[in-house]
Design a protein. Structure first.
Length: 138
């Protein structure tokens, strides 16, 4: 069996990191499935999902680490082609990735104690976002 829901939200722009863990857990609960996998997918090429310990220090550390990987002060060919000044956003999103799959058992996510599911806004401007959550199981 499978169950699908879409989470919609607005972001503040680059470096906005949003904890989705409780919403994902609520979707699993409403699916009535007990054991299986949940897939979290971001449509779009400047947003990403991952897991992390969602605390203020690590939120800053992750943003700084991604800025070192794809800094704002270098030229990107994407800028030359489209003129939208978010080449670094596309690079970061490509590295982190648009989806992840997590097991659940007894209707509960099998995340570690300090592990949360987060959305990373990597675009340079605020966006309306959707995250597609698909629950597969029994």
């Amino acid at each position: 069996m499978f169950f699908r829901k879409i989470i919609e939200f607005k972001t503040k722009g680059e470096n906005d990191i949003i904890d989705l863990t409780d919403k994902i857990q609520d979707i699993i609960t409403s699916s009535k499935l007990k054991n299986g996998l949940v897939n979290i997918f971001v449509p779009g090429s400047t947003g990403a999902v991952t897991t992390m310990e969602y605390e203020p220090g690590l939120v800053k550390d992750l943003s700084r680490a991604l800025a070192r990987i794809a800094p704002s002060n270098i030229e990107y060919d994407h800028h030359k082609r489209w003129g939208d000044d978010n080449g670094r956003s596309h690079v970061k999103a490509s590295i982190v990735g648009p989806s992840l799959t997590i097991p659940f058992e007894g209707g509960r996510l099998l995340c570690g104690t300090w592990q949360q599911i987060v959305f990373l806004e990597l675009d340079t401007r605020p966006r309306n976002r959707r995250v597609i959550v698909t629950v597969l199981g029994e």
